[in-house]
Write a protein that binds this ligand. Structure first.
Ligand SMILES: [Zn+2]
Length: 198
């Protein structure tokens, strides 16, 4: 009695498992694709921007950090190649680019774990760029903790919330984030003592 149902349930749970495995495998592939996509764009953009400089490539400043094409590639990796997963990019003191992708299944700020320094990274960090794939560029509590912690060794940071929508932070103004919309300055997010007074 009821055997048919049990078989069906078993079949369904096996199917579900297979689907989950398939999803995990396709996600693992997408992560690699996304990481390579960003690294390739970094290579092209940075070589182009550094091509006219007489000094060694690793000493050239701002080879890609402020490049809108590079930002677009990171955004695309986060929202088109990946199913809205956070992408983190670190450009180190030798213009080496490191890319990591965030976890699945989290919504809002909870998926953010902040920055983990990649192995082999040369300090200082020239730029840390990460995405908010849900489409709003600001510094979350996690982001503020991250820049506060890394401020002595981090020069600049971007948070990307879409095409032309991003936040920009720099070491010399450690408690402010300039937020841009459609490419123009929209407002400045402030925190810390100064921010609370306003
Ligand atoms: Zn963030």
């Amino acid at each position: 009695m009821g055997n048919g149902d049990e078989d069906l349930n078993e079949t369904n749970s096996i199917k579900q498992l297979e689907n989950e495995q398939e999803y995990a495998a396709s996600l693992a592939d997408a992560r690699i694709t996304a990481e390579n996509y960003v690294l390739d764009r970094f290579d092209v953009v940075s070589k182009m921007n550094a091509s006219s400089c007489a000094v060694p490539f690793e000493e050239v400043l701002d080879v890609a950090a402020h490049d809108l094409d590079f930002h677009s590639a990171i955004w695309e990796a986060s929202t088109v190649i990946l199913p809205n997963l956070e992408v983190q990019v670190v450009i180190d003191a030798h213009n080496k680019c490191y890319v990591t992708t965030g976890s699945a299944g989290y919504v809002g700020e909870e998926w953010e774990k902040g920055l983990n320094l990649p192995l082999g990274l040369r300090l200082p960090i020239r730029c840390w760029i990460h995405t908010h794939p849900f489409g709003s560029a600001y510094f979350s509590g996690t982001d503020i903790s991250t820049v506060t912690r890394f401020q002595p060794i981090m020069e600049q940071a971007y948070v990307l919330g879409g095409e032309g929508h991003y936040g920009f932070w720099e070491q010399s103004r450690p408690e402010e984030l300039d937020v841009y919309n459609e490419g123009s300055l929209d407002y400045t997010q402030r925190w810390g003592v100064m921010g609370e007074e306003e």
